[in-house]
Ligand binder design. Structure first.
Ligand code: DP6
Length: 347
C-alpha cells in the first residue's frame, strides 16, 4: 500500500527579524520575531509525501531533482519529529492504526519561485513538509503546536504554519517546548495591507542565513544590545500597531528593524552585506515617497539577500508601484507580465 498527502505552504516575510540561535540543533532563537504570511497564490511550496512499506528508504526530490536525504540533519530531524508524533498516536490506538511511522517516505517538493534567493524558500519548504506529514499521519496537533516541528527544519518556517500576522515566541525552555509561532491577527483584520516583492536578483545568496547568524552571535556587540533591549520593545510596539491598524507605526518599526538587522550584519566579523546598490536605491525611493505624501505610507524590508519587500495599504500601493515602474524601467528583454506579475494580489 501507498499512503499520500499533498499540501502547499506560503512564504512569510519578517517585519521584526529572527537572526541568531541560542541552540543550533533544536533551532531556538536568541530573540522573538514577527512576520506577515503572504498569499499562497504567488510564493509557495507544494509538497507531496508518500509512505509505503515497500520503499527502500526515505528519499527527497526538490524541484524535480533528487537530493541526498542523508546530507541534511535538519530534514532528518523534522521527519523524525513528525514520525515521533505519529508513533505516539499508534501507541494510543494499541495496534489498531496503520503503522505509518515505521514506513519510509518519499517527499516531492516544488517551489513556484527561485530557491535560496532570499525569498524564504526554506520557510515555505519546511512548513509544507511538516503540514504534508501532519496530513499523512493524521496528527491532531494545532498549527501552532506543529510549528515546533517546522522550526527544527528552519527557524523562520515555524511562522509559515499560520496565516496573517504571526509572532514566533523565542521561549526560554531548553527543550524548545515554548518556542513556537502564534497568530497575532488574521489577514482579514487588516484587508488594505498589501505586500509587494521586488526581485532585485534571483541569484543564490553568498552567505547562508544559518552560517551568517552564527558568526553574528559570536562576533557582534551591536547584536547583544539588539537582543537585550531593542527587540523586546519592538515586539510589544508592533503588536500594538497591528491591533490598532496603525500603519505609520507598523511601517516605521518594520524599516528600523530591517535596517538594524543589516547593521548587525555589517558589525559581524568578517562583515556580511546582503543589500546591494539597487536595494539601497529602493529604500531611498520609499523614504522619498513618504516625504512627498507627508506621512509614512510605505515600508521596505530586506532579508538575507538584495530583494526588497514593500508593505503599503491600498490605494497607496498603487501609487508606489507606478513610481517604482517609472524609476526602475522594465528591461527591454522582459515581458510586461513577467516583470510585474499582478502586484496587487501578492498578499
Ligand atoms: C533574515 O530561518 O533561513 O530571513 O533557522 O538557520 O534555517 P535557519 O535560518 P532562516 O533565517 C531567516 C532569517 C531572516 C529573518 C527572518 O525571516 O526572520
Amino acid at each position: 500500500p501507498v499512503y499520500e498527502a499533498t499540501v502547499s505552504a506560503p512564504v512569510n516575510i519578517a517585519v521584526i527579524k529572527y537572526w541568531g540561535k541560542r541552540d543550533p540543533t533544536l533551532i531556538l532563537p536568541t530573540n522573538s520575531s514577527l512576520s506577515v504570511t503572504l498569499s499562497q497564490d504567488h510564493l509557495s511550496t507544494r509538497t507531496t509525501v508518500r509512505a509505503s512499506p515497500d520503499f527502500g528508504g526515505d528519499r527527497l526530490w526538490l524541484n524535480g531533482a533528487e537530493e541526498d536525504v542523508g546530507a541534511s540533519r535538519r530534514l532528518a530531524n523534522a521527519i523524525a519529529t513528525a514520525r515521533g508524533l505519529r508513533a505516539a498516536l499508534e501507541d494510543q490506538a494499541g495496534g489498531g492504526a496503520v503503522p505509518l511511522s515505521q514506513w519510509p517516505v518519499h517527499v516531492c517538493s516544488e517551489n513556484n519561485f527561485p530557491t535560496a534567493a532570499g525569498l524564504a524558500s526554506s520557510a515555505s519548504g519546511y512548513a509544507a513538509l511538516v503540514s504534508a506529514l501532519a496530513a499523512l499521519y493524521e496528527l491532531p496537533q494545532s498549527a501552532s503546536e506543529l510549528s515546533r516541528v517546522a522550526r527544527v527544519g528552519s527557524g523562520s518556517a515555524c511562522r509559515s504554519m499560520l496565516g496573517g500576522f504571526v509572532a514566533w515566541h523565542a521561549g526560554v525552555a531548553a527543550d524548545g517546548s515554548d518556542s513556537l509561532a502564534e497568530q497575532v491577527a488574521a489577514r482579514q483584520h487588516w484587508p488594505e495591507m498589501q505586500a509587494l516583492v521586488l526581485v532585485v536578483s534571483d541569484q543564490k545568496k553568498a552567505v547562508s542565513s544559518t552560517a551568517g547568524m552564527q558568526t553574528t552571535v559570536e562576533t557582534s556587540a551591536l547584536f547583544a544590545e539588539r537582543v537585550r533591549t531593542v527587540v523586546p520593545a519592538r515586539m510589544a510596539a508592533m503588536q500594538r500597531a497591528i491591533a490598532e491598524r496603525d500603519f505609520a507605526a507598523f511601517a516605521e518599526i518594520t524599516m528600523k528593524d530591517s535596517n538594524q538587522f543589516h547593521a548587525v550584519c555589517l558589525d559581524t566579523y568578517p562583515p556580511i552585506s546582503y543589500m546591494n546598490d539597487t536595494s539601497r536605491a529602493i529604500a531611498g525611493l520609499v523614504h522619498a515617497f513618504n516625504a512627498a505624501v507627508g506621512r509614512v505610507a510605505a515600508a521596505y524590508t530586506y532579508d538575507a539577500g538584495p530583494n526588497a519587500v514593500i508593505y503599503a495599504l491600498e490605494p497607496d500601493m498603487r501609487a508606489l508601484v507606478e513610481l517604482l515602474a517609472y524609476c526602475f524601467p522594465r528591461p527591454a528583454d522582459t515581458a510586461p507580465e513577467a516583470f510585474y506579475p499582478d502586484p496587487f494580489g501578492l498578499f
